[in-house]
Write a protein that binds this ligand. Structure first.
Ligand code: SF4
Length: 335
């Protein structure tokens, strides 16, 4: 018999697996509180999803969700990952340790007995092998206290099972990357609409990881720089960073980001991209023309472009650019 008020914290990524894992135990009478962690390296879309859509989604499922934003505290994970990276700059094992550590803290705060995750054995080779899963929970100080309902039958019995909070027969034995079983299970559980597989961690994206590496190499890793990595084209001219907007919306975002730091490069007499020169304390005066030539490449006219240059203090200056770079000339500065 289930004792009263057994409580658990479910780590929710917004994907189907973690939703199912939480629902399996909720349906058995466990009081489930959700925790969603957001890192600076999530895409804008995913942050928006977690902040609004997912919250209301879990409201329907009657799972309250607490959001935790991890900011600069995440940086050490990519500056000196203890357990290494996946294919790109994704430190999945360190990251999952951090997420579980936060879940443990929340578990203790609300007096819950254990943590639920949507892990599926063997779904991700790096972080979802048996060895990795046990290491992750041990490093988070949660040895034996993490229940993984989707693969629980394939894993050693956990403390909540031994204490009788969770019955082993409630657990499933799903293994591997295929999602057909989870989709069928969602249908059976009446979860007609569910979030798409999580995704959205930009550290798993090759281009984005390359740009983060560039920030690391230039000792420029900070929250503002990371936000800027999510928009525009990125260049580095003799150590100085330039971001060029790809469309009207990004041009506006660069203008907003400019206030207080950097040079803003605005074409005046032709339509075209906006440029934002960062780390200007390193800039050589003669290099400014290179920045203008790069931005000029993304303007409607490639010659005779009048640029307004706005300094951080708002001081403005106009410069006529005779010729923009050709693609092969600007591409060599691309990050
Ligand atoms: S994919 Fe990103 S968010 Fe997910 S565990 Fe890996 S580093 Fe963390």
């Amino acid at each position: 018999m289930l004792k009263s008020a057994v409580r658990a914290v479910a780590l929710l990524s917004g994907g189907l697996d973690s939703t199912l894992a939480a629902m399996i135990l909720k349906e058995k009478g466990i009081e489930v509180s959700g925790l969603a962690v957001i890192t600076p390296f999530f895409s804008k879309e995913r942050v928006e999803d977690i902040g609004s859509k997912l919250r209301s989604y879990y409201e329907v499922l009657k799972i309250p969700v607490k959001l935790v934003y991890v900011m600069e505290e995440y940086f050490p994970l990519i500056e000196r990952s203890k357990y290494g990276f996946g294919r790109h700059l994704n430190p999945c094992i360190d990251c999952k340790i951090l997420f579980l550590t936060l879940a443990k803290k929340y578990m203790e705060e609300i007096g819950a007995q254990f943590v639920i995750t949507g892990d599926v054995l063997g779904q991700r080779s790096m972080s979802q092998s048996l060895k990795s899963m046990l290491l992750i929970e041990q490093e988070a100080g949660l040895s034996g206290k993490v229940v993984r309902p989707l693969s629980g039958l394939l894993l050693p019995p956990t403390e909540p099972e031994l204490r009788g909070y969770v019955e082993r027969r409630w657990l499933l034995g799903i293994e591997g990357k295929k999602r057909t079983f989870q989709i069928k299970l969602a249908e059976e559980m009446g979860i007609a609409e569910y979030p798409q597989p999580a995704g959205g961690c930009l550290l798993t994206v090759s281009d984005f990881s390359r740009k983060v590496r560039d920030l690391l190499e230039n000792h420029e890793l900070d929250l503002q720089q990371i936000e800027l990595l999510k928009i525009g084209r990125h260049f580095r001219v003799h150590g100085v960073k330039l971001v060029v907007g790809k469309n009207e919306h990004e041009n506006k975002s660069l203008e907003e980001a400019w206030r207080g730091f950097g040079y803003l490069l605005l074409p005046v007499n032709v339509k075209g991209a906006t440029g934002l020169v960062l780390s200007i304390e390193k800039i050589q005066k003669e290099d400014l023309e290179i920045h203008l030539k790069i931005v000029g490449r993304y303007c409607d006219s490639k010659s005779g472009i009048l640029f307004r240059i706005l300094a951080p203090d708002g001081e403005s200056n106009e410069v006529l650019l005779v010729d923009a770079f050709k693609p092969f000339e600007s591409d060599r500065y691309m990050v």
